[in-house]
Design a protein around this ligand. Structure first.
Ligand code: KG4
Ligand code: ZN
Length: 396
């Protein structure tokens, strides 16, 4: 769940002692020769503290991540000050782990890239503040990263994909369809008018109390729904995909969530159980919810592919659809998208699951892409602020 907050970018400064501790704990490896440019990427936009070192050729030299999912599962959602505190507690260790694993010393880096937008203000602030201290200390260029751009470009690290390509980002905080025309050139084709699909799946999973289910207690809501759906029969419930008549590529999930909530309430009455207990029909509901989300996402994506092909924005015979974000790890949703790409003579590409969710590699890689293209490399970070709200995507 990503709650966008408009708070101005005032960020926390790690103490001088912490920075010295960080530097003191670092093992330098003099004498090594790196042929490629090296970028350290730092991600703290939501609930993952992540860092990675990636070279110009796309080799991941070191990475580390600390996920806050377990804590937020217990509180039933992300509480920004809690997320901030956890980032503060972990950022130094995570950056150090990524650098140590890569055997690259901070002085050998070509640049430091950090997510500055969009995301939770309090979380973004921790990563930015820590990065700026490093930038200052080691006199490195700084590359501010847009989190969505990083998700969209990840595929170019794992596959040989040329621009233009269509990208579908579906996660707990994101839901958009965009045409990627260049490293920082995106045409927004559609977005969710309300909540993101992962947010909806998390809410449904919470309403179904799946955290109490022995097989799902440590899973994110979306993963729990996918897991349970395999044991259910989707035909026992009939939820209609939203926006069937809308002649655009936008999405909507909160109306569907409301319908599902009402259905769960009705089932609880029928089964004579209190809210907080698991319904005997939970697996059937999960299967029907997953199917409806898959249909909705697939139909909107189908429209986008047809639109792009009609306008000559995508190749006629070898158009590429890239799907990323936490929800993209759902194999049922991927199957639905595969039907769409097969029907439109397009190719479906997804980064591996660990690169679909938030990670440091995608930020470092975005830094490499920008470094190679000579875009947005700052040698003076004065006045740099994080921007919780999403702003760079252009609607033509
Ligand atoms: O990209 P991500 O790690 O973080 C952001 O939201 O930015 O995505 C997390 C979201 C959560 O809402 C989670 O429930 C959903 O992705 N998710 C899934 C699956 N695994 C994670 N949704 C559907 N099926 C899955 N297998
Ligand atoms: Zn993300």
């Amino acid at each position: 769940m990503l709650i966008l907050n408009k708070t101005a970018g005032v960020f926390f400064k790690p103490s001088r002692r912490k920075i010295y501790e960080f530097l003191g704990g670092f093992h330098f490896h003099p004498g090594k020769l790196f042929l490629h440019k090296l970028v350290l990427g730092i991600e703290t936009s939501c609930d993952d503290t992540a860092a990675a070192v990636v070279d110009e050729a796309g080799n991941v030299l070191g990475e580390a991540i600390h996920s806050q999912t377990e804590v937020h599962l217990k509180t039933g959602g992300i509480i920004p000050p809690v997320a901030q505190q956890l980032h503060r507690e972990n950022i130094q260790r995570i950056v150090q782990e990524a650098l140590s694993a890569s055997e690259v010393s901070p002085s050998e880096l070509s640049a430091i890239a950090t997510t500055v937008k969009p995301g939770l203000a309090l979380s973004l602030g921790v990563g930015l503040s820590f990065s700026l201290q490093l930038v200052d200390q080691f006199k490195k260029p700084f590359i501010p990263i847009h989190h969505m751009e990083a998700h969209a470009l990840t595929i170019r690290l794992t596959n040989k994909v040329e621009f233009p390509f269509l990208v579908l980002l579906i996660s707990g905080g994101h839901c958009l369809l965009a045409l990627a025309r260049g490293v920082s050139d995106f045409l927004l084709l559609g977005k969710s008018l309300d909540i993101a699909p992962g947010d909806m799946l998390d809410k449904v999973a919470r309403r179904l109390c799946l955290i109490k289910h022995p097989e799902c207690s440590t899973m994110s809501g979306g993963k729990a729904i996918e897991h349970l759906a395999k044991q259910g029969n989707r035909l026992h419930f009939d939820f209609q995909p939203p926006m069937q008549r809308a002649k655009n590529c936008d999405f909507s999930f909160s109306g569907l969530q409301h319908v599902i909530d009402k259905m769960i309430m009705q089932k609880e009455k029928e089964e004579g159980i209190e809210q907080g207990q698991i319904l005997s029909s939970a697996a059937d509901i999960a299967a029907a919810v997953q199917h409806t989300v898959a249909c909705h996402v697939a139909k909107r994506t189908h429209r986008a592919i047809l639109f792009c092909k009609q306008r000559g924005l995508l190749h006629q015979s070898n158009a590429v659809l890239v799907v990323s974000g936490g929800v993209a790890s759902n194999l049922y949703i991927r199957k639905a998208l595969e039907i769409v790409t097969n029907a439109t003579q397009s190719t479906l590409l997804c980064p591996p699951p660990r690169l679909c969710t938030d990670n440091g590699v995608m930020i470092a890689w975005n830094g490499v892409e920008r470094l190679r293209a000579g875009l947005g490399i700052l040698h003076n970070t004065e006045g740099i602020r994080y921007e919780p709200k999403e702003v760079i995507y252009r609607v033509d």
